[in-house]
Design a protein around this ligand. Structure first.
Ligand code: MSP
Length: 650
């Protein structure tokens, strides 16, 4: 592998499944990483594909009275269509029924058999049909499959085994000496404890054709086919030319990242590396296991009827917003909760308000007051310092976050830069400059705000390629610069003076907030674009500026926390009892992820005392506390010296 190359894979998905948000997530993640790496100038290869053998395919084909291959050819289209719709830029899509893959699996089996790494024996165990896996008696949970909890069948048969047990020590040694091999660290720990807990058994790698014929035949025994995982995992090397195109294989292997969900950790961090060790092939650099998208804190599942269909989300909110939400909404390695309500809130806050609004304000002002022509660059002064720092800081933070698999933090820094753009725009009051005819100063403000949007749109391009292309075109950027270049994202003043800005309908029309938490709730579709004209007229208004009278409406008081407790079923909320002088109040606050109840008692905080009471998760709240948030950190606003509760703040 060349030093600088980037090879990323997704699991190959079972063709029988209907693609859901989980499949979409891993694939979008791989796509975003591939796009960022291409942007960074790294030669990149992105492989995804379909896992087409196994019992479920055989059964489904029989049910529909067609051959398994015909069945696969039909069902694989659902994935191909979704990937096209989602703008997935894979370099190759491998199907395990393709000749190029089957040949490699066969050759590997012959070689391992010849070298005594595979042997025949009789095998007795408990078999889970849906999972196509054997378990020992002690693996079972209440007599059922430990993975899916469904009933298992006892079977005894002659089988072929891979000497996986021989590699236990070597694997432990590799994991311990290569901390980057399994990420994040808690998954590495999980595999290590599994390996250290018990002797590793050999792996049964065959299925008798009498039970399952839809698989790759064992080259040394025609009565058997290969166990589906021994077949599927090989895609990661057959897809880049192993045993077929040596140069290609040398270029890309070892993979930089195998991206997987946490559900398939053992197969990827125990089976796969030991298989590679037996073959004498280098191990992948990193197996990265991300968390699960949950729906209301529970796993998604067909039987639960809560599966989120990506096509529905795209229909309602567009491809780019969907990609953005998935990338910004999950910290890699952790589980995350999906609901349309959370989706719409983030969409409105980040995309409609912060990014969309700034764009339409600056472009419409430029058209109205500057003839739609990009103003010249000017010297940067104190006014621009925070803006420039924030934008260039986001560019360098993003590169680090991509390298460290912290995409959500990277995106947060870009959105913080956009918010800084909004603040700059408001602070510089370009509408006043326009009114007073101060053209040069106005040009400076518009130009610098546009530079902020140029950098932000470039950094967001791998996540939202279509919308960011539209935005960059609207900024008057020439066709050849629409696809961002990293050097331009690390520099100010790269727009071309004198070029004409393009037309722009609202980039992200605001969506009415979904009321329910349910995944399939009927949130209103984005408003029709024609409504934008009204918005545009208002676009140059000073958004966010209020008068002293407005400030006077808010009554802020000091309050002492008397008690605090968690609210069952509401993980983010705490119920606080506070004292405002003589008066006692109850406040529900979304701070449970930042403070333990016991550390709050006795503190004096600041609350909005004249807020209309509201009921949150069934609990009444009679006020709101003040807290500051940056990224994931939240801190309460407190006093820097003692004062009694009930004192006025302002
Ligand atoms: N065919 C095997 C993988 C073989 S790889 C050599 C398989 N396929 S699958 O269709 O079941 O896809 C599993 C993958 O889908 C998970 O590992 C994960 O990447 C993704 N997800 C499935 N459900 C998920 C969520 N609810 N949330 C996030 N991703 C999950 O296993």
């Amino acid at each position: 592998m060349g030093e600088n190359t980037f090879y990323v894979t997704t699991p190959i998905y079972y063709v029988n499944d209907k693609p859901h948000i989980g499949h979409a997530y891993t694939t979008i993640l791989a796509d975003v990483l591939a796009r960022y790496n291409r942007l960074l100038g790294r030669p990149t290869f992105f492989l995804t594909g379909a896992d087409e053998h196994g019992q479920k395919v055989q059964q489904a084909a029989k049910k529909h009275n067609i051959t398994p291959q015909e069945h696969c050819n039909k069902t694989v289209k659902r994935f191909l269509e979704l990937w096209e719709r989602l703008g997935i830029t894979y370099d190759d899509f491998i199907r395990t029924t393709e000749e190029r893959h089957k040949k490699v699996v066969s050759a590997i089996l012959s070689d391992l058999m010849e070298r005594g790494q595979i042997y025949a024996d009789s095998y007795k165990g408990w078999y889970c049909v849906p999972d196509e896996r054997f378990f020992t008696e002690k693996d079972l949970v209440d007599g059922c499959c430990p993975e899916c909890h469904r009933p298992v069948e006892e079977l005894e048969e002659r089988s072929y085994f891979f000497r996986m047990s021989e590699y236990q020590d070597r694997l432990i040694e590799h994991i311990e000496s290569h901390p980057e091999f399994i990420q994040p660290a808690h998954r590495r720990q999980e595999t290590l404890s599994f390996l250290k807990k018990q002797p590793l058994a050999d792996l049964c790698i065959s299925r008798p054709k009498s039970r399952l014929s839809w698989g790759i035949e064992l080259p040394f025994d025609r009565d058997y086919v290969t166990y589906v995982w021994f077949d599927a995992l090989v895609n990661y090397i057959s897809g880049v030319g192993y045993l077929a195109d040596e140069e290609k294989f040398r270029t890309w292997w070892p993979a930089t990242y195998h991206l997987i969900g946490k559900d398939i950790l053992t197969t990827h961090t125990v089976y796969w590396p030991t298989m590679l060790m037996a073959m004498g092939v280098e191990l992948p650099k990193t197996v990265f296991a991300h968390g699960w998208w949950l729906v209301g804190d529970t796993k998604m599942g067909k039987s639960l009827g809560n599966v989120v269909n990506p096509m529905d989300m795209i229909e309602r909110h567009g491809v780019d917003a969907f990609r953005y939400f998935l990338m910004a909404g999950m910290s890699l390695g952790q589980d995350a909760n999906f609901s349309e309500k959370i989706f719409v809130e983030r969409y409105n806050a980040d995309l409609a308000n912060d990014l969309g609004n700034l764009t339409s304000r600056v472009i419409s002002m430029l058209k109205r007051n500057y003839d739609g022509i990009v103003p010249p660059a000017s010297d940067l002064g104190d006014d621009e310092r925070a803006l420039v720092d924030s934008c260039l800081g986001a560019a360098s933070a993003m590169a680090d976050c991509v390298a460290n698999m912290q995409l959500d933090s990277g995106l947060a820094t870009v959105l913080a830069a956009v918010r800084e753009g909004n603040r700059y725009f408001d602070r510089m009051r370009p509408w006043t400059l326009a009114k007073e005819g101060r053209q040069e100063e106005l040009g400076r403000v518009l130009r610098n705000t546009m530079e902020c949007l140029r950098i932000a749109s470039g950094l967001l391009y791998p996540v939202m390629p279509n919308k960011m292309m539209t935005l960059r075109r609207a900024l008057g950027m020439p066709e050849e610069s629409l696809e961002p270049e990293i050097s331009a994202l690390n520099a100010w003043n790269r727009l071309v003076e004198g070029s004409r800005v393009g037309d722009l309908k609202a980039l992200f029309p605001r969506v009415e907030t979904a009321k329910e938490d349910a995944p399939s709730c009927a949130a209103k579709p984005p408003q029709a674009e024609k409504k934008d004209s009204g918005k545009k007229a208002k676009a140059a208004e000073p958004v966010g500026i209020i008068t002293i009278d407005d400030v006077g409406k808010v009554v802020l008081k000091t309050a002492e926390i008397v008690s605090a407790e968690r609210i069952p079923e509401a993980v983010k909320l705490l119920k606080l009892s506070v004292r405002l002088g003589e008066e006692k109040r109850q406040i529900v606050a979304g701070i449970a992820e930042h403070y333990a109840p016991e550390e709050l008692v006795g503190r004096t905080i600041v609350v909005v005392a004249n807020l209309k009471p509201a009921v949150l998760r069934g609990v009444e709240s009679e006020g709101m506390l003040l807290a500051a948030k940056a990224g994931k950190t939240l801190r309460l606003v407190t006093l820097d010296g003692p004062l009694p509760s009930g004192a006025s703040v302002g």
